[in-house]
Ligand binder design. Structure first.
Ligand SMILES: [Ca+2]
Ligand SMILES: [Ca+2]
Ligand SMILES: [Ca+2]
Length: 420
């Protein structure tokens, strides 16, 4: 099964697998050995895109590009101490995303040498640090028995695209061989350090993230034929299904206090994702966005009652949608008599309007930095640029001042994607 969502989407790659790895568990080399350094950062000072618009300048410092050397990189997240980031990137010599971790300096964000954590084969996606920083979670299809053929087909298509100059939309496959793995990032001496496979069901299992206390893992599975959100214990046991609506439900993250889950769903209109929030047990589900367009990749601010996501207006089929970052203030009270009323969000605020894609936002653990996947800078800039990870400081005071209060009545559908 596969779908093509209109451009974007990284927290959905998926793929296939197999290979050099025999057996479902852990024959992979330790992360420290698997390390296959990407080319050294070429332009370590690459950075300032001075093309900030008035809107962006109000809320963000000029973004600094922190990934270099690979054709595409994206979907980055911070470790709890903000000293590392994890992300997915397409190596120069391989057709599919692999998972990387690299050092990060919050005081002076800049490119650094990445270390590959995934096996080097298959499609991978959705990396996420354990809260204690000792392990990394990600989804990978490297156990696909047909991996050789999958890779060959991808290489052939890439070669054909290169000849014809075609730029494909991002293809998001629900690869049935995708499973969730966790690997140690701080292997103890003498300890097995390979991957541990946490899901074993046929079907796509991906889009995984730990709960704030590290005891639970949220993920998406289409094991019953329809993609839904599940939660399991950190060791892969005790799987519980949280959503059961026809259509795609995915990209779930726990709120910082662990009481709520933000995710995206296209249950109302195929491929037209909207942001929803539900309680941690799956009850009290409610939409946060509505209206024409796509909203996805919700992410919680760690200390402020803010939810950020990616939105784009798809109402004009003749225009290329511009994906940008939106923030809304919320109030949460899981004990409200009506569970649905326990979570309210105000009118969202657009904080980017650059012509290139601005997607998959993530705040640093202290909430001062924003990292997102953007097509900026580079030759031609904007839409001609490849997607990479960029980091800005947020102007929290300006955002706070511009954000509408939650209580303010919203006239009409909540817009998340109107053009500026
Ligand atoms: Ca699976
Ligand atoms: Ca579903
Ligand atoms: Ca944009």
């Amino acid at each position: 099964m596969s779908k093509t969502f209109n451009r974007l989407f990284f927290r959905f790659a998926a793929g296939v697998v197999a290979a050099a790895v025999s057996g479902p568990t852990c024959l992979l080399p330790p992360a420290s050995v698997a390390a296959e350094p990407a080319p050294a950062p070429a332009n370590a000072s690459s950075a300032v895109d001075d093309g900030l618009s008035a809107v962006e300048r109000q809320f963000l410092t000029p973004p600094v590009q922190v990934t270099v050397g690979m054709p595409k990189a994206g979907e980055g997240y911070f470790s709890s101490d903000a000293r590392r980031i994890c992300y997915q990137a397409v190596p120069t010599d391989y057709p599919f995303y692999q998972i990387f971790v690299q050092p990060f300096d919050a005081a002076a964000p800049r490119p650094a040498m990445p270390v590959r954590i995934s096996t080097g084969r298959g499609r991978t996606t959705c990396s996420w640090f354990a809260p204690d920083g000792t392990r990394l979670l990600f989804a990978s299809s490297h156990l696909d028995p047909q991996l050789d053929a999958t890779e060959s087909a991808a290489r052939a298509q890439a070669e054909e695209d290169r000849k014809t100059g075609r730029r494909r939309r991002y293809q998001w496959d629900f690869d049935p061989h995708t499973d969730i793995f966790v690997t140690s990032l701080q292997p103890a001496a003498g300890e097995g350090t390979g991957l541990v496979q946490l899901t074993h069901e046929p079907g796509y299992d991906a889009e995984c993230s730990f709960s704030p206390d590290g005891s639970q893992i949220l993920f998406v599975s289409d094991r019953d034929g329809d993609p839904d959100i599940y939660v399991m214990d950190a060791d892969g046991r005790n799987v519980r299904q949280l959503t059961n609506e026809p259509g795609y439900d995915g990209g779930p993250f726990f709120s910082p206090d662990g009481r709520f889950i933000a995710y995206r769903t296209d249950r109302l209109e195929k491929d037209m994702l909207q942001i929803h929030v539900m309680k941690a047990d799956g009850s009290g589900d409610m939409p946060i966005t509505s209206g024409q367009g796509v909203r996805w990749a919700p992410y919680w601010h760690p200390t402020k009652p803010w939810l950020i996501w990616t939105g784009a207006d798809h109402s004009d089929p003749t225009k290329r949608p511009n994906y940008d970052l939106w923030i809304a203030r919320y109030s949460a009270n899981e004990d409200a008599p009506d569970g649905r009323a326990g979570f309210k969000a105000g009118t969202p605020l657009r904080i980017t309007d650059h012509e290139g894609a601005d997607v998959l936002p993530a705040f640093s653990p202290d909430g001062t930095l924003l990292m997102w996947t953007a097509s900026r800078g580079g030759e031609g800039g904007g839409r001609a640029a490849t997607s990479q990870l960029w980091v800005s400081q947020i102007n929290a005071a300006a955002i706070d001042a511009a954000l509408k209060p939650v209580e303010e009545p919203v006239e009409g559908p909540v817009e998340g994607a109107s053009q500026p």
